[in-house]
Unconditional design. Structure first.
Length: 299
């Protein structure tokens, strides 16, 4: 699998996302809010300069934030197509994520200032479907807004992650499954990662801090052979989850720590047809990882 970014590039990207998540945490603390978080209620607190409206926008976009200089107002639009079948006034977690994403553009200072300076607004298709840094930052803000660190971290770290546990966590916070999975992995004290496969390639990957501390980093590019069958099944229309087995070398870069390459990696595959993404939860045994680190130190 070809490595598309250097370790330094990856670390810089993560720093920007971490700062965006911190901005969301600080906002929740300032507003003294508790889960489940309603991002529309947060938007209402800025009603003097922020107006919002939703509607079924089909496949055009999930959300958009623009600044109208002549009125001194920000206008936030969000797609309600995911709300079909829900009681009036209720919103699907994906809709709430869209609103939270656009609030990221409003509350992250350099996004806010760019719009005020006249940078053309763009139509967002969020939940980590864009490679643009500004969109990734807004996604990180949204995930943190829906699952604030102070409330989410203790629940996430009750035990190692699985897709079943992530489903329970998502339900508790009213978050979408994908954003809850990414947020849970980022907050986990256990060695794990979440990958998103799109168009037959690893489009994104988020590791836990303990994985990075061990010297194991994400790599993007073509998928390993053990992921090919689940990907083919998804593209054939299957929505069934599955499990598999792999190694660190299949999914990660270890750079100078090649002794870590053969460590076992558990794989849980979850097709997300609405975004044409195969989500993969990757978990490692922390005891096995610790043993390898101890042997490396002895050498």
């Amino acid at each position: 699998m070809k490595r598309l970014t250097s370790k330094m590039d990856w670390m810089e990207e993560q720093h920007h996302q971490e700062m965006a998540a911190k901005t969301a945490d600080e906002l929740i603390a300032r507003l003294k809010m508790k889960p489940p978080i309603n991002p529309l209620a947060i938007a209402q607190t800025e009603s003097d300069i922020l107006k919002f409206a939703g509607g079924d926008l089909g496949s055009r976009y999930d959300g958009k934030l623009e600044y109208v200089k002549s009125r001194g107002l920000f206008l936030l639009y969000y797609n309600t197509k995911y709300d079909i079948g829900l009681t009036e006034g209720q919103h699907h977690p994906r809709t709430l994520f869209s609103v939270s994403h656009e609030l990221g553009h409003f509350f992250i200072d350099h996004h806010h200032q760019c719009l005020r300076r006249g940078v053309k607004p763009h139509r967002s298709k969020n939940e980590f479907r864009s490679h643009r840094q500004i969109e990734r930052e807004a996604d990180a803000f949204a995930a943190s807004l829906m699952m604030p660190t102070v409330f989410a971290r203790p629940m996430v770290n009750e035990s190692p992650l699985s897709m079943d546990r992530i489903g329970d966590i998502a339900g508790h916070f009213g978050a979408s499954l994908v954003s809850a999975a990414i947020r849970s992995v980022r907050l986990s004290d256990y060695p794990c990662a979440l990958a998103g496969i799109r168009n037959g390639r690893v489009a994104w990957m988020f590791p836990s801090e303990s994985l990075v501390n061990a010297g194991i980093y994400p790599k993007r590019g073509g998928i390993p052979e053990n992921a090919e069958e689940p990907w083919e099944e998804m593209t054939g229309g299957s929505a069934d989850s599955s499990q598999g087995d792999g190694t660190v070398a299949d999914w990660f870069d270890t750079f100078s720590k090649e002794d870590l390459d053969d460590i076992y990696v558990g794989e849980e595959y979850l097709p997300v047809q609405v975004t044409e993404t195969l989500v993969v939860l990757l978990t490692l045994d922390e005891d096995e990882l610790a043993e390898e680190e101890e042997e490396d130190e002895e050498d």
